[in-house]
Write a protein of this length. Structure first.
Length: 371
């Protein structure tokens, strides 16, 4: 069984603060938006000419993976290119943390060895498919990676609240902004890990947990963020996937800036796991209307937490070239986030119209620079 080797890592092998993203999307009927289990057929048509498109745990989903990029704009361009290629096969795409109407019996498990093993290990905990946006930030060395990892733990409630985009599950309004978060809580190794003292502490923890879980390595940890030594990144995994690539760009840009700021900060804030857990649930429950706790347990309106974060990253925005993407955050918040947008359509025209509207928005790739 593979162990996490402290001497072997990819930190520093790419440019500092390089960027990448993965987005998981639902495959749907392009007219109705209903989920279809067609990932094998879709990838067969796209391979080998088209890279960065992979099957997911559920056959009704697909994953797009960017290359290593230097900016948010480049990442979004690559994701747009992959979305367009997939749509060219004739299937539709829908971006939501949970599919609004699909029931548990509609989703098949992909016939890949890893996914069949996950199903065996987790059972019905994976019955409901969930779709996330994962952001990777390249770090120059293991010590900086752990510093950023520890700092980004505290930012997770803010990011999860801003990204909350799954109010509907199994055809009903769950009362949550992110049903994805609550669904994935049934998975082992899926929460916010504790702060790590250093890279060696992470390696020891990863080895201990892989042994206890009977799995190969830390890539079987579905934590909301994790160091990723194999890629030389810290990976933020707490975000719901988005319909609009413009919203995706705003989230990727904010994550990129917060990670860069964390690497430069003199001191890293520490928050107990109990408070972070409370903050994460509040983010999932209320989205951009949440009040989020600080390290002293005091609650602050989401708008104030966001304003502090944006002020904190100001020195890095121009350097990372993401002014345009961050400028889209106010519109996302004003709409109530992705969850608010979904509910507004549902209240006006019902669930079928919601599926059609989300499918249309997820398919909008024109006008986005593709690389």
């Amino acid at each position: 069984m593979t162990r996490t080797n402290k001497a072997k890592h990819a930190f520093g092998t790419k440019a500092p603060f390089s960027l990448g993203a993965e987005e998981e999307l639902f495959l749907v009927d392009p007219v109705t938006g209903r989920m279809v289990n067609s990932s094998a057929a879709v990838t067969e048509r796209l391979e080998p000419a088209m890279g960065g498109i992979e099957r997911e745990l559920h056959a009704g989903m697909i994953e797009f993976v960017s290359d290593v990029c230097s900016s948010t704009r480049e990442v979004i361009g690559q994701l747009a290119h992959r979305r367009a290629a997939c749509l060219g096969t004739g299937v539709g795409l829908l971006g939501s943390g949970t599919h609004p109407t699909a029931t548990e019996d509609e989703s098949e498990i992909s016939d890949k060895e890893r996914y069949e093993r996950i199903h065996h290990l987790l059972g019905d905990a994976v019955a409901t498919p969930v779709a996330g946006l994962h952001v990777h930030v390249g770090l120059p060395d293991p010590d900086t990676a752990i510093k950023v990892f520890n700092a980004m733990r505290v930012r997770l409630p803010l990011l999860q609240a801003l990204a909350a985009n799954s109010p509907f599950r199994h055809g009903r309004d769950t009362g949550l902004a992110s049903a994805r978060d609550v669904t994935i809580r049934g998975w082992p190794r899926s929460g916010v890990p504790r702060a790590m003292r250093d890279f060696e502490d992470f390696c020891r923890t990863a080895d201990l947990l892989t042994r206890a879980a009977g799995v190969e390595d830390y890539t079987w940890f579905w934590w909301k963020l994790r160091p990723h030594p194999k890629l030389g990144t810290v990976e933020i995994r707490a975000l719901d996937v988005q319909c609009s690539l413009l919203d995706t760009g705003a989230l990727v840009a904010l994550t990129h800036c917060l990670a860069h700021a964390a690497a430069e900060d003199d001191a890293v804030d520490v928050m107990p796991n109990e408070l972070l857990e409370e903050g994460m649930f509040r983010a999932a429950r209320f989205g951009v209307q949440a009040q989020l706790p600080d390290a002293a347990g005091e609650l602050h309106p989401f708008d104030d937490v966001l304003a502090e974060a944006l002020d904190h990253v100001q020195p890095y925005i121009r350097e990372l070239g993401c002014e345009d993407e961050l400028a889209l955050i106010p519109a996302l918040v004003a709409a109530g986030g992705g969850a608010g947008r979904q509910r507004e359509i549902y209240e006006l025209a019902g669930i079928d119209s919601l599926l059609r509207a989300m499918t249309e928005t997820t398919g909008q790739t024109s006008g986005i620079t593709q690389s």
